[in-house]
Design a protein around this ligand. Structure first.
Ligand SMILES: Cc1cc2nc3c(=O)[nH]c(=O)nc-3n(C[C@H](O)[C@H](O)[C@H](O)COP(=O)(O)OP(=O)(O)OC[C@H]3O[C@@H](n4cnc5c(N)ncnc54)[C@H](O)[C@@H]3O)c2cc1C
Length: 375
């Protein structure tokens, strides 16, 4: 690594890698610094792998706009670069009459966000599509699907490296100082501590992005950047003919909107998973508590009556970097160039929870726009 960079990206999760692929080009020194020994070992590999359609989020929010745009980009990229993905479609299922109004409200919200293909289904239409699923009505989202997130990250790496970017693993950012020509970044790696100057600095450090903002001198409580950890557990579901489904199956989301409700998803090999739930935790740990099996079983049994308690096995967990406090209001992604905090050409990406995977290509384009004038 030289002692000068044009763009430095902190974090090799799907967001940092998508940005590297977007901004790398000849005659531009782009670094990605990652504290772990490889890419995508944190939130980007502990998630559902769903390509969302942008249904749930308030109109005009970054979550809505960037997931709708990201959804389109991913379906273009996948066949072109041989990234595994399937447009399975998704059903949001009302199991009680009282949920019908909420389903209709979701349809209107999704359509106004640009998910124009949404359709309400009667109980009979739902049964025709998914005979094992029980509900009084449903909404079909044909453009929801699943993606191989590992292959997507590999594609971003290949594009970034082809453009000349360098990715340094086991390189943790431990200090940031404003300098005359940008930022002095202090890095700790196997050989000790060293520093270099970068013109543009991008914070895509996932669960640690608030700490990075703090390292750069931002008052994260004043700015509303402090993260909360929203742990989500998953259980695997044994496959049986009476519980077979062919689409992603979601409940009508709980009104606290901290998550979208325990749902049924697949990976590309057809393994079925239930989850994630949402539990605010104080530290980062990924064990799944077997005592939650009852909650998962009871939530999913409303949608899929034939499941048996013993069909469930604890599988894995992920942690959402949430700006929304427990019981608090909706919070959008923070994607900001921080000139107004005295930090020009410093870009924060904070609170990039779901639909961050879906939105990754669109987030990268958006960040490309924010930094253009500094390069
Ligand atoms: C349970 C769960 C389910 C989800 N399901 C979906 C879904 O189905 N669809 C969807 O679209 N989205 C989903 N998401 C959201 C999606 O996974 C995230 O938005 C996305 O993975 C965030 O990527 P990232 O690159 O910002 O973060 P990360 O993957 O966490 O990457 C950040 C990287 O920064 C590195 N880092 C941190 N600090 C430093 C430092 N000081 N120096 C160097 N490196 C550092 C970390 O090691 C890490 O590798 C889900 C999230 C969760 C938790």
């Amino acid at each position: 690594m030289s002692d000068r960079a044009d763009v430095t990206i902190i974090g090799a999760g799907v967001i940092g890698l998508a940005i590297a692929a977007q901004v790398a080009r000849a005659n531009r020194q782009v670094y990605v610094l990652e504290k772990n020994q490889s890419f995508g070992l944190e939130t980007s590999s502990r998630q559902s792998g769903v390509i969302h359609a942008g249904i749930y989020y308030p109109q005009g929010s970054l979550k809505a706009r960037l997931s709708v745009a990201g959804n389109r980009s991913l379906y273009e990229l996948c066949p072109r670069y041989d990234i595994g993905c399937k447009r399975l479609g998704k059903l949001i299922v009302a199991t009680e009459d009282e949920e019908r109004d909420e389903l209709e409200a979701l349809l209107e919200r999704g359509k106004s966000n640009g998910a124009e293909d949404l359709k309400l289904l009667s109980r009979r239409e739902l049964k025709a599509l998914e005979p094992n699923v029980e509900g009084v009505a449903a909404m079909l989202s044909p453009s929801s699907g699943i993606i191989d997130s590992h292959a997507l990250m590999q594609y971003f790496i290949a594009k970034a490296v082809e453009g000349g970017a360098q990715i340094a693993y086991q390189s943790q950012v431990v200090g940031i100082e404003k300098a005359a020509e940008g930022y002095e970044v202090e890095v700790e790696d196997g050989e000790g501590r060293s520093s270099f100057i970068t013109r543009v600095l991008i914070n895509s450090a996932g669960l640690y992005s608030d700490k990075i903002a703090e390292l750069a001198g931002i008052d994260i409580d004043g700015a509303g950047y402090r993260l909360h950890y929203g742990k989500g557990d998953y259980f695997s579901l044994k496959r049986r003919p009476s519980t077979r489904v062919s689409r992603l199956i979601y409940p009508v989301p709980p009104s606290d909107i901290a998550g979208v409700g325990i749902h049924i998803t697949f990976d590309l090999e057809g393994r079925v998973r239930l989850g994630p739930d949402v539990e605010y935790v104080d530290s980062l740990y990924y064990t799944v508590d077997r005592r939650e099996q009852k909650l998962f079983y009871e939530s999913v049994r409303r949608l899929l009556p034939a499941i048996a308690y013993d069909d469930l096995e604890p599988e894995m967990a992920g942690i959402r970097p949430k700006l929304q406090e427990p019981g608090g209001e909706f919070r959008d992604f923070v994607i900001r160039e921080e000139s107004d905090k005295g930090l020009p050409a410093f870009i924060n990406l904070i609170g990039i929870e779901s639909p961050g995977l879906t939105a990754a290509p669109a987030i990268a384009e958006y960040v490309g726009g924010l930094i253009g004038k500094y390069l």
